[in-house]
Write a protein that binds this ligand. Structure first.
Ligand SMILES: [Zn+2]
Length: 288
């Protein structure tokens, strides 16, 4: 039988140990234990100094942003490239507390995505659009806009599908165009039988940063959702917003079309996180 004094000493040791453990290791967690190629995961931290907070994984060093203006919780988003090899990767989080640098290493498991291979023919009249210089130049203009960050989170909850319809070409598909150009499809194509009468709606709240006609992408709208997250809408028949417009989830931004490098009316819907194109369907079901 232990004496009451011995039990009291043990309780004190326990409380002291718990206190020092919690002051050294902050509350840090991952949104997912495993993600597919081309998907997103987040690192969340509670109650840490944002100035000194850093996270890195897969040669990406990512900035933390608050999850709301008065947030106690901060989040860093990681986009897994489509080409990433499968396996377990370290996620390193470091921060400063009591004049000391602390760090914590967690693991994220990257699993193989399921991707199709398709071969399609672009009509002769649209072949000049396959010119790589044109695509690089026009993408450069979009990239300039999506490198411009907005520290505030504009999106609310999960994203919504911009229009009803079936997925005619999934994200990540290996594309062989006219038997030659081999590339990956970095968006999700949605087809609706109403075709050009189909409304295209903002997938979440944000600010329009591009509302412009490109030769290769056709009529294009890009929405900045803050914190390096952007949604992209290609091949529209009509653009119904202007640059710098503020939009809410579900607002009309355009009509489905087949402008630019497209063979039939559809919407090419893409999502960019830290300038990597990620699977937009994940954001329709998961909340970051
Ligand atoms: Zn597409």
């Amino acid at each position: 039988m232990r004496s009451p004094k011995w039990i009291l000493i043990n309780i004190i040791i326990c409380i002291v140990t718990t206190y020092f453990a919690s002051s050294s290791y902050a509350n840090i967690w991952l949104s997912n234990k495993q993600v597919g190629q081309g998907e997103t995961f987040a690192v969340y931290c509670d109650d840490l100094d944002s100035v000194s907070l850093e996270a890195s994984c897969l040669n990406q060093r990512v900035t933390f942003f608050p999850t709301s203006p008065d947030a106690f919780t901060q989040r860093a988003l990681f986009a897994i490239p489509l080409e990433a090899d499968m396996g377990a990767y370290p996620v390193l989080v470091s921060w400063e507390a009591n004049n000391k640098r602390h760090s914590l290493t967690m693991k994220i498991n990257i699993v193989k995505g399921k991707f199709q291979h398709v071969n399609f023919n672009l009509p002769k009249s649209k072949k000049p659009l396959l010119n790589q210089n044109l695509i690089v130049d026009e993408w450069g203009e979009i990239e300039e806009a999506i490198l411009n960050t907005l520290p505030e989170q504009k999106w609310e909850g999960s994203f919504t599908k911009p229009c009803p319809g079936v997925t005619s070409l999934p994200f990540g598909t290996f594309e062989l165009i006219n038997g030659k150009t081999n590339s990956r499809h970095k968006g999700s194509d949605i087809y609706n039988e109403k075709e050009e009468k189909t409304d295209i709606l903002a997938s979440n709240n944000g600010v329009v940063v591009i509302a412009k006609t490109f030769k290769s992408f056709g009529n294009t709208v890009v929405i900045n959702h803050g914190q390096n997250v952007f949604s992209i809408y290609f091949h529209l028949s009509k653009i119904l917003v202007q640059k710098e417009d503020t939009v809410k989830k579900g607002d009309l931004v355009g009509k489905m079309g087949t402008t630019g490098m497209s063979t039939a009316p559809h919407l090419h819907f893409a999502l960019s996180v830290n300038n990597h194109r990620v699977n937009p369907n994940q954001w329709l079901s998961e909340e970051f």
